[in-house]
Design a protein around this ligand. Sequence first.
Ligand code: D5M
Ligand code: FE
Ligand code: ZN
Length: 501
Amino acid sequence: MDETNILEKVSDAGFMINSDAVSYLISRQISETELDKLFLEIDPSVFVIETHHLIGILPEQKEKSPPAADSFEFKHLYEFEDNPVVVLEDVSNKATSIGEYNQFVQYFRDRYTRLSEMIRSRVSARPIESLKKNRFVKPLSPKERGSQITIIGMVSEKSTTNNQHIILALEDPTGTIPVLINSKETDLVEMAERLVLDEVIGVTGTLSPDGAILMAERIIQPDVPNSYSTGHGKAQQGYALFISDIHVGSKEFMKHEWETFLDFLNGRSENPQLLKIASEIRYLIVAGDIVDGIGIYPGQEADLEISEIYKQYEVIASYFHQIPKNIHIVVAPGNHDAVRRAEPQITFSEEIQKMFPKNVTFVGNPALVSLDNIYVQIYHGCSMDDLVANVKGVSYQSPTTGMVEMVKRRHLAPTYGSRVMISPEKKDYLLIDKIPDIIHCGHVHTVGIDVYKNILLINSGTWQSQTSFQKTVNIVPTPAKVPFVDLRTMKTGILNFNDAN
Ligand code: D5M
Ligand code: FE
Ligand code: ZN
């Protein structure tokens, strides 16, 4: 019944009623018969009906949640101590790069050595130098010339001839050799087209009669084996949630949807299924761009709601204080955060960290963490821009396509010095060395989940609606969606906090 109906019935029955009591009846969704019954039970001496006259007469208020949840009392099943995080790989505190020439040499040598080892375990290869020695010191015999050899090198150049052959320059620590991919070999050409600069590959083929060029017959990427036993990633319980690109401070930050997500984490939801998931959450992993930052791109000031960087962090920190304390949160930075821009990015300063609650573990970008024995490789994902631009079939709308390319190369950011700024550390932290159970990226603002050779690939979308810049380059974000993983079964799902769909 609405207000008019209620007032009419009350006066017909010879009573008056105050406005609080009317609101109360409306909130109880009182029916006409219930109201009639109420008049019989109210003390006839009452002249103006007030709320306290109604309480005790109307039946006890039912739980707000639907019937199925009646028996479900919301409670977090896991204590913080039940949810350990071990940081296995992270550059934070170890960065030493000062950008000297020598360090570039050391960086690339580390990258080459570790990636070539992965390929060498499957084929035996020879140094490029040895081909040349044969050529000058002792010419290859006709038999040797015709036989297959394998070299492992870094792709340092790539071009297409007028006849549509592809020429690569392959470089190892001993020398460089051109590799020809014949346009007639369509499968090989297709693979070669997808190669990006600075990735490490093996090439099997035969030398040209003059020994100057390798004619490719097979290209080998490091990749991961089809099946492997890592010894981790088993016998877990509860849920892990994956988010990124919150962009607090941006005018496009979706405050309402974000606050609904916080409500959900706190068990404030009417959906029994959501309540059940919320009660079993153990981990929340955050892959960068937690604020919009300042001075990230030209003209950003016009897009900012909060134009002071520490204010932005104060706001996101206060949101994190509203997340239940039993959930272990892991936070890595992205290209919008207030850390050094070059990757690997060192984690947040002490000044920023101390704004956040104790249940947050800060790591760098990238970082490999173990969530109670499930290995998660966290990487914000800037290299995705390079992969979309250079590898056919990789798109912003399907972000896991780019993540598959990372795994094939065993490297999170294969191309040096394009859109990703890389700091030449002694060790290449962007290499995918230990095989993770989950790879979690953000950056592209679209949600995607896929499995590639037993590795779960997750891109966690964003909490920022489409910016004017993204509109000009036709990037359509899928905001306010949260991928989650059941750690016991590794089954996944997506929670949708977007009112629009
Ligand atoms: O990146 C959000 C999205 O916007 C991501 O898909 C990359 C894209 N982006 C951002 N900057 C550029 C430039 N300069 N060129 C092309 N695409 C870009 P975010 O890191 O949140 O800004
Ligand atoms: Fe972002
Ligand atoms: Zn980003």
